[in-house]
Ligand binder design. Structure first.
Ligand SMILES: Nc1ncnc2c1ncn2[C@@H]1O[C@H](COP(=O)(O)OP(=O)(O)O)[C@@H](O)[C@H]1O
Ligand SMILES: [Mg+2]
Length: 337
């Protein structure tokens, strides 16, 4: 029997990527792709092809349309994060079935303030927040506070200095961010001092969901002098204590709290129109209330990412996680698995 062919769409390692350190793919990025390939090869019932040449991408997809795309192009078209949704749009226009969220969900979730407003409107706890357009002055707020770009992924623009304890620190970090991201809106929000959780969901509203075990970010080995957060170096710099001394574990939340988080995530999944899988990041405030930080409609697929850890906590390998994602998408298209 011939195995269904799946075309895996990835970022383009030939092109610059301004979200990566040094503006290019790193050795770790290449290693991630190799590990992805070997995990996919373990799924013996599919054949995988890989597509990462963005100069050729539009013609390739148009003139040799794949039967099914595994859309892991989380860098965006030509590694431009603002063009992440355009990849999904183009696949949609060509009628090519693909895994993961469509362009509307990808676009909505790229705007953190918009997701926060929507979450608040359906009763999900969110941090207090002000949105600062370029040039807008610092508002009167409570401290400590947290400053980050409104649009962004991979902790771009998030460092230890994002935690600000007074107006002087806030002004200094705003100026620093505005120097590098002059056209971006920034967020200044309540600093969520407590524990950090990730919730992963695989599936679709009509077909049912697999709720992965809730993950907690384990900061216990991090130097207590450092603020507890997943800063940019935690995702990009193998030399950083944030990379080396932070790990993930299964959250020890009581059943009611877990259920409440999962209810929030399913509501957001449906309302934002996510598809096939998604990851939701939360953190606890000073009074112990868990609040939403962001929704990831195209979360990291890598072997050591949060989703892979969640899958590990239910006894699944990286390959097993990838299989669940592929099967959720193919079931949505009613393709035989
Ligand atoms: N309000 C906040 N209070 C405390 N830490 C925060 C807050 N917002 C973000 N963080 C920290 O920054 C990290 C990245 O923020 P997040 O909003 O998830 O952006 P990204 O899309 O870059 O992952 C979080 O995992 C968390 O550790
Ligand atoms: Mg995040």
């Amino acid at each position: 029997m011939t195995r269904p062919v799946i075309t895996v769409l990835l970022g383009d390692p030939r092109l610059p990527d301004r979200n990566k350190p040094g503006g290019r793919f790193t050795p770790n990025d290449f290693d991630q792709v190799l590990r992805l390939q070997s995990a996919l090869e373990e799924l013996g019932d599919y054949r995988f092809e890989y597509c990462n040449d963005h100069q050729q991408l539009l013609d390739d997809l148009r003139y040799q349309p794949p039967a099914f795309v595994l859309n892991f192009c989380d860098t965006g078209f030509r590694n431009d994060a603002t063009l992440e949704l355009h990849v999904a749009s183009y696949l949609e226009m060509l009628g090519i079935p693909y895994s993961g969220s469509g362009p509307v969900a990808l676009g909505l979730c790229y705007d953190k303030a918009l997701v926060r407003a929507l979450a608040q409107s359906v009763g999900i706890p969110v941090p207090r927040e002000d949105l600062l357009r370029p040039g807008e002055p610092l508002p009167q707020i409570h401290y400590p506070a947290f400053i980050k770009p409104n649009r962004g992924d991979g902790s771009v623009g998030i460092t230890a200095a994002s935690v600000v304890n007074n107006a002087a620190e806030a002004t200094a970090y705003l100026e620093q961010l505005r120097a590098t991201l002059p056209t971006e809106n920034l967020i200044i929000q309540e600093f969520l001092a407590g524990d950090e959780y990730g919730v992963g969901i695989i599936g679709n509203p009509g077909d049912g969901f697999i709720l992965l075990p809730v993950l907690e970010v384990d900061y216990s080995a991090l130097d207590p002098a450092l603020p507890r957060l997943l800063d940019y170096s935690s995702k990009t710099d193998p030399e950083s204590p944030y990379w080396n001394d932070i790990c993930f574990r299964q959250a020890g939340l009581d059943a009611n709290t877990q259920q409440r988080l999962k209810d929030y995530c399913q509501a957001l999944f449906a309302r934002l129109g996510l598809r096939d899988y998604g990851r939701f990041d939360f953190r606890t405030d000073a009074s112990g209330e868990i609040k939403l930080m962001e929704v990831n409609p195209n979360p990291a697929w890598c072997w050591d990412g949060k989703l892979a850890h969640m899958a590990g906590h239910m006894g699944e390998t990286h390959s097993g996680l990838l299989r669940m994602i592929i099967e959720a998408a193919r079931k949505r298209y009613r393709l035989c698995v």
